[in-house]
Design a protein around this ligand. Structure first.
Ligand code: AMP
Length: 192
């Protein structure tokens, strides 16, 4: 099962991803987590991207495409994967298509979580108050990240919509309800 989960910051992608990966037995490839880990462990990559993450801007396409390319070649991706936070720009989406086609692989679906803006900001701010500890969970950076999403990532969703791959999911309601909605639109058996 090869999936992408997409939606604005605060839509619940990370939370839903945890259930989806357990259900299908696939790895969770969350580029934001990979970049934050790199920052925390002080690698060359981490040093390069820290300021960009703190501002709520996007890291360059080249860096992300290389990171995901390398990750997708690891053995645990043979059964599939769930990409979360990638692709976030049209060039990233086009690079991913090329990567997959070159390996004779196809996506099984793009899950789009839809949540109104005012709910998103509230969720992001309450995440920061609960001490989830992300340095980019402030109102100013949250608004910036929402704008970046609208300007750069919304076209990615349109790209996948034109391929007929997008499954639109209402992201409001309990975590379990949203998970149910997602699983109900995905194929039952892992395609592997
Ligand atoms: P996330 O956890 O997905 O919200 O990502 C946190 C931050 O990591 C983003 O605000 C970006 O700075 C960076 N990031 C994560 N994924 C990407 C990507 N695909 N392209 C560019 N920057 C990214």
């Amino acid at each position: 099962m090869r999936l992408i989960i997409v939606g604005p910051p605060g839509a619940g992608k990370g939370t839903q991803a945890e259930f989806i990966i357990k259900h299908f037995g696939i790895p969770h490839i969350a580029t934001g987590n990979m970049l934050r880990d790199a920052v925390a462990s002080g690698t060359e990559l981490g040093k390069k991207v820290k300021a960009v993450l703190d501002r709520g801007d996007l890291v360059s396409d080249d860096i992300l495409i290389a990171l995901v390319d390398e990750r997708l070649q690891q053995a645990d991706c043979k059964r599939g994967f769930l990409l979360d936070g990638f692709p976030r720009t049209l060039p990233q989406a086009q690079a991913l298509q090329k990567l997959l086609t070159g390996r004779n692989l196809q996506l099984d679906g793009v899950v789009q979580l839809v949540v109104p803006d005012e709910v998103l900001i509230q969720r992001i701010l309450s995440r920061s108050q609960q001490g989830a500890g992300r340095s980019d969970d402030t109102r100013e950076v949250a608004e910036k990240r929402l704008k970046v999403f609208r300007d750069l990532t919304a076209p990615v969703i349109e790209f996948y919509r034109s391929l007929g791959a997008v499954k639109e999911i209402d992201g409001l309601g309990s975590v379990a309800d949203v998970t149910q909605r997602i699983l109900s639109v995905l194929p039952r058996a892992a395609v592997g």
